[in-house]
Structures are given as structure tokens and as C-alpha cells.
Design a protein around this ligand. Structure first.
Ligand SMILES: Cc1cc2nc3c(=O)[nH]c(=O)nc-3n(C[C@H](O)[C@H](O)[C@H](O)COP(=O)(O)OP(=O)(O)OC[C@H]3O[C@@H](n4cnc5c(N)ncnc54)[C@H](O)[C@@H]3O)c2cc1C
Length: 639
């Protein structure tokens, strides 16, 4: 643990991060804009996600320093039918739908500030010895609490993805065949002692694939091992064995209305009066869904998610007013699941291959997984569709009055210089908080609504390790760690598809996925997200690496894990602008009271400019990114 950080660590980000902090924005971007022949972002390790060089331009625009430090933009002379700002799934889908409407000869330019396409749907590649390992840098899977819309389902099908076929690609029994189970890591700072304990919850709250028949046995083992107070154990048991009605005399709707207005933490502490160890234990459980802990999750949503304490209330199973869509499960939606080894980066790659076939060989799902993208072909003058990376849109405006203008001009910064190009239409498929800075002509009310779309800051950390014998020895593949830097630790899902083979033996290299929600418990959700965003932008890779090493050494030490020996590479996918903000009945009164929501105001078309992104639906899912891309295209093509 205390061994010197090696050259690998230096390459992995220490030097890059420190360097970027000292560089003026245009130098950082210039470095990123060079595209040598070996330009291949998926194989880069270290600080990824919003990597150094991707955000400095936008931040200087926000701070009002951009136009002072850059000269007059150079006119590229390029004229397009459509310019899309944002190369995530929403922007790529918008380009796809536009081309369907306008024909294959339609000229489309997609701008993105990152060095890779896909937005949150990013691919991470690793080579460990002879083994090739893929992992997801953001968007994990095709899944959504509500069923996919007709539009989104049709696109998935058109891309050749047969969602119901997923089980054939996943080895569901693999980890269980080695005796691995979902566990909880109690840390000494929070619970007085470091201990890895059997998880009483069969699904583990993470991406565990455990089945559920042995709950009583798991609970027994948990009770015997967990370092929590005896009273806390009795309280937890009582939730299951002696459920209580904490609101006698109220109707189900009245009870739900109360639960919508208090957090789950308050419910546990003030209504159910459980021991504080229970609150500490559950605190981080919703991190993966909401990016905040139970202090900022409404009790009604906790009920919807199946967290304990509500059985005795005898609530009507229908969703209550103001419930988050994540907390309303549908059987149809639950069945619609597909995980590619690189997550939904495969969807982004399939879209890119449809738009610019030269970029990747092949034409089916089975040949896309291992296909290597040729980044030099993304922005080729001979192609009708072009994707320009490392390019931050800094100004989008109509050339003339929005109601009568025939063209839109888009200025973007790349390699320390600003450029302009023109198009008949523009779709802003980027993060909504950015839009007021780049499109000043929008009405003030719309800009205010756009600015309220706080993003949820997240870390998705992928660690390639030489083998997973230590996981086998401590008997787990999935760990919930409520007090640690990363609250979830999972061995990669064992999925083999299209010639890609996952690790099947404990002696083989594998990717460990760790996730962190950068939240600040006790504050309103939006404020937690803004503090978390600053935290992620200001934490160095070195600090993150120390935390990773510390956590893995403490969790897996008994299994012989040695961070200095066993870690082959680390990729931290830093997403200070992560999930779309979803409305919360504790803080967003309109969500309880009804009426127009901010995202409806934010996404209104303006002349030749339409607005997409999952933010436009305040819903952090791929289907929404697709739905909003589709809607934006309908708006500009119908006029
Ligand atoms: C860590 C993580 C995990 C997720 N997991 C899942 C999952 O398992 N399943 C699921 O359905 N959804 C998941 N999501 C939600 C995910 O955001 C959506 O599924 C979807 O990928 C969003 O696509 P998008 O195009 O709307 O936005 P994005 O993917 O964010 O794309 C927008 C792009 O616009 C770019 N941009 C911003 N400003 C500018 C500018 N000025 N100029 C140029 N470009 C700009 C951004 O950098 C970004 O690349 C996850 C999100 C995160 C962050």
C-alpha cells in the first residue's frame, strides 16, 4: 500500500493532471487536438471521462474570459444542413434521424469537446499480458425503469440489437460456481472496525447477479458478523419480522404524501426510531441511482425501491404522487436489459458506424464488439457526416432574426483557436447547463430552466487486475462499502459476445469496476451535486489512486491482494457532469404540485435551433437521450 507510486502511475495521470492544472485552457486543448496516427482514446488510462483538455474552454466561457483570450474566429467556409453540438447518444441519434428525414446526402457536422465520441457512453480498453479486456467508462447497459418508447426500441432494433437474446451472452452462474456472494464492507472510520460481511440483501444493491432464495440464511450470517450495535440488529430484524404501521389512521394516499416530503434517513431516524447504525448502513445504498444518499432521497422513493421499513404501512402498490421514475418499477422495463462489455458505448459505436461506415469495419452486432475505430475517418472532407472531436461549441446564433433567419452560425474552439461554420439548423444535444453560455439569444426564462439542470457528479473507476484470486479467497464478486471512497466494487459482469471473451478463471486478468457518487450529505440535492462537481474537478488522480489502493487493500487484504503487485492499470472515468438531474419531491415543489417542469421549458425550439440531450427529459437514461434526439429532429424538419 505504501510502496512508491511507479512510472505506470505517472503515465496514468499524475503528470497529466498536474500539467493540465497549470496550463492555460488553450494549451491544454491544443495538446488534445493533435491527432497522431496512434490516436486511439479507448485505450488511454488514467484520468478519463471529462479528461484534462475537455472542459477548460467551457469553463473559461462560463467565467467570461474566453473571448478575451482568443482572437476573432476564423471562418472555415463550411456549410452544413445540420450542426449537432454534443456527440453523445442523443446527438448521434439526432444525426441519424435527421439523415433519415433529409436523405443520405445531408451534410451533418457533430461537435464534441471530448477526445472520444459517445458522451457518457464511453469504451475503456485494457491489455494485461495477452488478455484483452473491455469495460464501460460510463453508461452501463440498456435498462430503464420505464419501458423504452416505440422510437427508442425501433432504433435499438435497427442497430441490430436483439435485447431478449442477452441471457445467452452472460455466464450467470460463473461467480456463484466459485462460491462468490454479495458482501458489505464495514470500515473502521464509520463502524469502528474493518470487516467484510455477508450482505443480507440478496441483490446486494449493486450490479450483483445473486439469486434470492436464501435470504433468511444470509440475514442470519449478516447478524452474526456485522459490526453494528445489537439494537441496530434488532431494529433491522423487526422491519422484516414485526412490521409496524407508523401512521395509524391515515389512508394510503395520506401516508404516501407524508413519505414524499421526508427523506428516508428522517423516516428511519424520526419515524421508525431505529438505531443510528442502520442509518449509516443504508446511507449510500441509493448512490448508484441518484448520486446522493438516503438523506436526500424521499422516503416514498425508498419505499418504491424496496428499501425496508414500509411493510407495516400497508401502502397501495400504485405509484404515489411525486415519485421519482427510478422508484417506479415495471415488469416490462425490468426485462428489457442488455449489457455489452463496453456498456452502451456499443450503441454509440453502432450509430457512428451507421453515420460514417468507413470508421469501423463490419455491419452486424457480432462484428462491432472487437472492431477498431479509425479516428482519422471521423472528420473526413469526403464524408457527408463528420464528427469533430476536441471541439467545444462556444457560440450558436441565428444569422439574423430567429423567426426569419435562413442560417445558424456555430463557433467552436479547437486547438486553442476559434472557428465558425454555418448550417440550416442546429441541435444542441449537449449538457443543458452549458447552453445559456453558448446560445445567448434564448429567452431568459428558457436559460433559467436550462441552468437548473444540475448534473449528478460520479466516478466510474475501472481497474485492470492481474487475477481475481483474492476475490475468490474472500468469497465475493460484489461489495457495498457505505463508508468508503468508492461505495460499490464489482467484478466485471461475465459477458462474452462477438468474439470477445470475459475472464472465466480466477487466475485470469479481469476488470474491477468501482463507483463513487460525489455527494455531500445533509445539503439539498442540487447543492450536493454542485459541491461534488467541484470536488471531482479538484481531486488529483494521485489522491484517487491512493484511495483506490487503500480500499482494495483493506477489503481484499485477507485474500492476499497487494495493490502494488496486482493492479495492472487504472482508468478513472470522472463525470462531474454525470446523470441528468431527476426531479425530487423533497426539493422540487412543481414535481409534487404538477404543472410545467423546467425540462419542458428548457427544450423549447428556438427558430432553427432545437434542444436535445437526456437533460431535456430530466431522465438519466439512454432511451431518453434517443427520445429527445428524435423530438428535436421532428421540430426542425417539420418547419
Ligand atoms: C456514469 C454514468 C453511468 C450511466 N449509466 C447508464 C446506464 O447504465 N443506462 C442508461 O440508460 N443510462 C445511463 N447513464 C445515463 C446517460 O447519461 C445516458 O444514458 C446517455 O448516454 C446520455 O446521452 P446524451 O447524449 O443525452 O448526453 P451525453 O452522453 O452527456 O452527451 C452530451 C455530450 O455533449 C458534450 N458537450 C457538452 N457541451 C459541449 C459543447 N459546448 N460543445 C461540444 N460538446 C459539448 C458533452 O461533453 C457530451 O460528450 C449513465 C450516465 C453516467 C454519467
Amino acid at each position: 500500500m505504501h510502496r512508491k507510486i511507479t512510472r505506470r502511475d505517472f503515465i496514468n495521470g499524475v503528470a497529466v493532471t498536474a500539467g493540465a492544472a497549470m496550463m492555460p485552457w488553450h494549451l491544454a486543448e491544443a495538446a488534445a487536438a493533435q491527432t497522431p496516427s496512434n490516436y486511439y482514446p479507448p485505450a488511454l488510462t488514467g484520468m478519463r471521462g471529462s479528461h484534462p483538455g475537455s472542459f477548460e474552454t467551457a469553463h473559461s466561457l462560463r467565467d467570461g474570459t474566453f473571448w478575451d483570450s482568443t482572437g476573432k474566429p476564423e471562418d472555415t467556409g463550411e456549410v452544413y444542413d445540420l450542426i449537432v453540438v454534443g456527440g453523445g447518444i442523443s446527438g448521434l441519434s439526432a444525426a441519424h434521424y435527421y439523415r433519415k428525414a433529409a436523405g443520405n446526402s445531408a451534410r451533418i457536422l457533430i461537435l464534441d469537446n471530448h477526445d472520444d465520441f459517445g458522451g457518457h457512453a464511453k469504451r475503456n480498453e485494457f491489455r494485461v499480458g495477452d488478455a484483452f479486456r473491455l469495460c464501460f467508462g460510463g453508461t452501463f447497459s440498456i435498462e430503464s425503469p420505464s419501458p423504452y418508447s416505440k422510437v427508442a426500441k425501433e432504433l435499438v432494433q435497427e442497430l441490430g440489437i436483439d435485447v431478449p437474446s442477452f441471457p445467452q451472452y452472460m455466464d450467470r452462474k460463473l461467480y456463484r460456481s466459485f462460491g462468490l456472494r454479495s458482501k458489505i464492507f464495514f470500515d473502521k472510520e464509520t463502524f469502528g472496525v474493518d470487516r467484510l460481511v455477508m450482505n443480507f440483501s440478496p441483490r446486494g444493491g449493486g450490479e450483483s447477479e445473486d439469486a434470492s432464495p436464501e435470504t433468511p440464511q444470509l440475514m442470519k450470517q449478516f447478524m452474526a458478523e456485522a459490526p453494528i450495535a445489537d439494537q441496530a440488529k434488532r431494529d433491522l430484524k423487526a422491519f422484516y419480522e414485526q412490521p409496524k404501521d407508523y401512521y395509524p389512521g391515515l389512508t394510503s394516499d395520506e401516508k404516501k404524501a407524508k413519505l414524499a416530503r421526508i427523506s428516508y434517513a428522517s423516516f428511519l431516524k424520526d419515524v421508525a426510531s431505529v438505531h443510528e447504525d442502520i442509518v449509516k448502513l443504508f446511507q449510500a445504498m441509493p448512490h448508484g441511482l441518484f448520486g446522493v444518499g438516503i438523506d436526500a432521497v424521499p422516503a416514498q422513493d425508498a419505499w418504491g425501491l424496496g428499501l425496508p421499513g414500509f411493510t407495516g404501512l400497508n401502502l397501495d402498490p400504485s405509484p404515489g404522487k411525486g415519485m421519482n421514475r427510478d422508484a417506479i418499477r415495471s415488469e416490462e422495463a425490468d426485462k428489457y436489459f442488455f449489457h455489452f462489455p463496453d456498456g452502451n458505448a456499443t450503441i454509440a459505436r453502432l450509430l457512428v458506424r451507421k453515420l460514417i461506415p468507413n470508421v469501423m469495419p463490419g455491419n452486424s452486432l457480432s462484428d462491432v464488439i472487437l472492431a477498431k475505430a479509425d479516428y482519422a475517418k471521423l472528420d473526413h472532407p469526403d464524408s457527408a457526416v463528420r464528427i469533430r472531436l476536441n471541439s467545444t461549441a462556444v457560440r450558436v446564433k441565428h444569422l439574423g432574426d430567429a423567426t426569419s433567419a435562413k442560417e445558424v452560425e456555430v463557433a467552436y474552439a479547437r486547438g486553442g483557436k476559434a472557428y465558425t461554420c454555418k448550417a440550416k439548423n442546429a441541435i444542441l444535444a449537449c449538457w443543458h447547463v452549458v447552453i445559456p453560455y453558448i446560445c445567448e439569444e434564448l429567452p431568459d426564462k428558457q436559460k433559467e430552466a436550462l441552468s437548473s439542470a444540475q448534473k449528478v457528479p460520479l466516478l466510474y473507476t475501472n481497474i485492470a487486475i492481474n487475477n481475481w484470486k483474492s476475490f475468490q479467497k474472500v468469497g465475493t464478486n460484489s461489495i457495498y462499502a457505505p463508508g468508503m471512497y468508492h461505495t460499490y466494487v464489482n467484478l466485471d459482469l461475465p459477458v462474452s459476445i462477438g468474439g470477445y471473451e470475459c475472464a472465466r478463471k480466477p487466475g485470469e486478468p479481469i476488470v474491477v469496476h468501482m463507483s463513487k457518487a460525489a455527494c455531500h450529505p445533509g445539503l439539498p440535492a442540487r447543492q450536493q451535486h454542485s459541491y461534488g462537481r467541484i470536488e471531482l474537478f479538484t481531486t488529483t488522480f494521485e489522491t484517487m489512486e491512493r484511495n483506490i489502493r487503500d480500499q482494495l487493500a483493506r477489503t481484499l487484504g485477507a485474500g492476499g491482494f497487494d495493490p502494488a503487485r496486482d493492479i495492472a492499470a487504472i482508468t478513472v472515468n470522472r463525470w462531474p457532469h454525470g446523470y441528468a438531474y431527476e426531479y425530487n419531491s423533497l426539493y422540487d415543489s412543481f414535481w409534487l404540485e404538477g404543472g410545467e417542469t423546467p425540462c419542458e421549458v428548457a427544450r423549447k425550439p428556438h427558430g432553427r435551433i432545437a434542444i436535445a440531450n437526456s437533460d431535456a427529459g430530466a431522465y438519466a437514461y439512454t432511451d431518453e437521450a434517443i427520445n429527445q434526439g428524435y423530438r428535436a429532429v421532428q421540430e426542425i424538419t417539420k418547419s
